[in-house]
Design a protein around this ligand. Sequence first.
Ligand SMILES: [Zn+2]
Ligand SMILES: [Zn+2]
Length: 576
Amino acid sequence: MRPGQIIVLATPVFLLSIAIEFAIGRLRARRGTGQDTYRLADTVNSMGLGLLSQISAVLTGLLRIGIYTAVHSAVALFPDTDFWTTWYGWLLALVFYDFCYYWLHRMGHESAVLWAAHVVHHQSQHYNLATALRQTSSGALLGWIFYLPMAAAGVPPLVFGVVALVDLLYQFWVHTEQVGRLGWFDRWFCSPSNHRVHHAVNDRYLDRNYGGILIVWDRLFGTFREEDERCVYGTRSPLASWDPLWANAEVYWALAHDSWHARRWSDKLRVWLKPPGWRPADVAARFPKPAFDLAQVRRYEPAVGRGAQWFAGVQFLLLIAAAAFFLWFADDMPLPRAAVWLAALTAALWAIGGVLQARLSIAEALLIEAAALATAGAALALPWLHHVFKPLALSIAVFVAARRAWQRPGGATRFDILLVAGLVASLAGDVLLMGPASLFVPGLVCFLLAHLAYIGVFRIGVGLFPRPVALAATLAIGVAMYAFLWQGGLPAALRIPVALYVAVIACMAAQALGRAFVRRDAASGWVAAGACCFMLSDALLATDRFVTPLPLAPLWVLATYYVAQALIVRHARPGD
Ligand SMILES: [Zn+2]
Ligand SMILES: [Zn+2]
C-alpha cells in the first residue's frame, strides 16, 4: 500500500468528518451556541488544494523520496531495520519526525521562499476540517532538506514514509472551531485550541504554535501562545481568489516581482531568504502596500448564483472521484501518462474555481473540461474519450458564442454570425481530422474557412491589416515554416493546399495582432495571443505529421489548439 492509496482510503473518513462538523456547526448556529464555519466556495477551494497537492505529489514526491533514499543508503549511521521496526523504534522515529517538522514549519513562517510553499495551508479565512486538507503543491521542492537528519541517522525510507503520514493525518482533527480548550492536553499536544492560534493573524498570535503532534517543541523553543482572544483567520496579504494555481503561485510571484525590481543585488537575494513581508526599501517605496489592519479584514465572498454553486459542488464531487481513481493507479503508470492525467484534472479544478468566483460561466467551464478530456484522450490513445469530447468541446464553444449573440440587445450582428461560422467550421474540421488520412484535405479546407471567418471577425472596426508590420512578421514565419515542411518531406499532393493554408492562418494571426495594436485593450491582446497559439498548434501538427514524430505530439497540438479557441471565443468582442 502506497501513501497515495492510503489517502484515497482515508478520503471517505475526511468527507464524513467534514459532514459531521458541518452538521454540528449548523445545529449550534441555530441554537445560538456556536457557528457554522463552512462556506461552499471556501470548502471547495481548500479541498481542491488538497487534491492538487496529492495528485501533483505523483511527480514531485519522487524528488523527496528519491533524495531521502539516496542519502539514507550513502550515510545511514544506525541503519538497523530491526531496531527501527520495534515499537520504541517507530515511536522514536515519529518523535524525530515531529521535531524535524517543527523546524520545517517554523522556517516555513520565518523564511519567505519556504512561506511561498506553506502559505497555501493558511489562505483560508475560515477554520474547519476542510482547512486541514489545504496543502501546498510545491512543498517537495525544498521541504526534504529538513528531514535529511533522519536519513543520516538511518531511519529506513519505509519507516520515514509511515511516520510522515501519521504526523500529517494526526493534524487533521485539530482544524476545528467545534472543540474548545482541552486543559493539560493543550499544553502537551497540538490541539484545536493551540492550532487555531497558529492559523490566526492577530498580532499576539502571529508565528506561534508550530508543533505537528507535540506542542512541547514550541514551549521548549519559545514559540508557544495560548488562545485568549478571538482568532481571525487567513494571511496578512489575503489571497482573494478561488484559483488553485494562483493560490500556489501568489507568494512566489510577489517575491519574483520584488526581487526583479530591487536595485541592489544583495536585496535581490535577500527577498527570498528574509521573513515574509520584508521588502527592500526602494521596492517598498515604488510599489507600496497598505499596512495590515485587523479591523479592516473582510472575508472574500464573491457573489455567484445558486445554479453556479450547484454546478461547482457536483463537479467537484465528480473530480474527487476521478482524482481518487487516478491516485490509486498513478504509481503503476508511466510518468508521461500520469503527467497528462495530472494536467487534465488540474484544468478541471481550475475551471471549477473560475465558476465560483464568477470569472467563468458554466458553459465556459464545461468547454475547458471537454477540451481537457479530448486532449487527454488523444495524448493517451484512448479513442472513445477523444471521439466523444473532441466534437463536444467545439460544440460548447459554438453554444457559448451563439448564446451571447442571442442575448445581445438588438439581435445578432455580423460579428456574431462570423464568429459562430468560424467555430462551426472548426468543429467540422475537428470531426474530419479524427477520420482517416483521406479526410485530411477536407479538414484543412474547413479550418481554412474558419480562419477566413476569423479574419472577418477581427477586421470589424479596425479594417483589414491595420499594422502591415504584423502581416510581414506572420508571413515571414509562415514562409519559414513552409520551407521547413518542404525540406522535411511534405508530400507533393499536399504542397498547394498546405501553402494556401499557411498563407491564410498567417493573415488571420496578422489581423488579430494588428487589431490588438490598434485597440490596445486586454481582451484584444488575449485574442491575438489565441491567434498565435493557433499558428503554434498547426506548426506542431505539421511538424509531427510531415517532418518528424514529436513526443506526446497530440498533447501539445490539442492543448495549444484549445487555448487558442478558448481565448478567441471568450475575449473576441465587437468594437464600440
Ligand atoms: Zn503554518
Ligand atoms: Zn493548520
